[in-house]
Design a protein around this ligand. Sequence first.
Ligand code: 0GY
Length: 311
Amino acid sequence: MKFEKTAGWLDWYADPSKPRFQLPAGSVDAHCHVFGPGSDFPFAPERKYTPCDASRHQLFALRDRLGFARNVIVQATCHGADNRAMLDACLHSGGKARGVATVRRGVTDAELWDMHHVGVRGVRFNFVKRLVDFTPKDELMEIATRIAPLGWHVVVYFEAADLPELWDFFAGLPTTVVVDHMGRPDVSKPVDGEEFERFIRLMHEHPNIWSKVSCPERLSVSGPPALDGESAAYRDVVPFARQLIETFPDRVLWGTDWPHPNLKNHMPDDGLLVDFIPHIATSPDRQHQLLVDNPMRLYWPEEVGRTRLNT
Ligand code: 0GY
């Protein structure tokens, strides 16, 4: 099937720069996607956007170029609950990719176990209204209860303004919960203001809640790096990410978000995104936790002892 990408969508960077920041050995890109290709894995009829193709081959080439060892491939809304593109990528990753799926209430235990064997370790609940139709919370809670015995976790994506309404639901989830992109704070507000303090409080009160400190390019108002150097890149996001990393060093993850769905004004160079990491994780210890220890604990726990010996 042939798909036309949504008007205004920027293509992902075909030739990202080689990062100057050298990632610790064994680093995990813990938030990225595959899109299609649409000819092999058609996009979902209920999607709110049509992306450009971004295949597993292209994702794995990016992984190697940037210096990551592994990927966590998160199901994107353009594929709905049809997880085939993500599963195919996990299956052909040589054990170097895990997945986060989207499932509906009717999913069978056999389907869940099949996904587990291919590498899925979580489900994603998306509450961003421009991306998905509403799913009743009782359906989501039922799914969470079903996946808990597999040792899976729940990834949640929402806008900061919606946290008060979602708080009780998140607090009641019976698994580890991973929040995408720091709960999408409005970074033009103060880092010690009411909105972000609420998110920090959620994590303080619920030790099972983790956060991805990802997507500066999506959250930033100040924008991308000036051409004369990357030090000022996405500078308004820095205090938010730093606070999370310093306060919850063993509950943070980082990912590229490649191929960056829904960006219309600025498409990041993934090499420069990696160069942003030392601005938010400012010591080798914090970088190792963020990029290796934490994602390995969540996605490859069976290898944790071995990884430590190797690094
Ligand atoms: C992201 C961000 C977005 C899209 C999706 O599943 C998706 O369609 O996650 C977005 O538009 O903010 O995490 O990649």
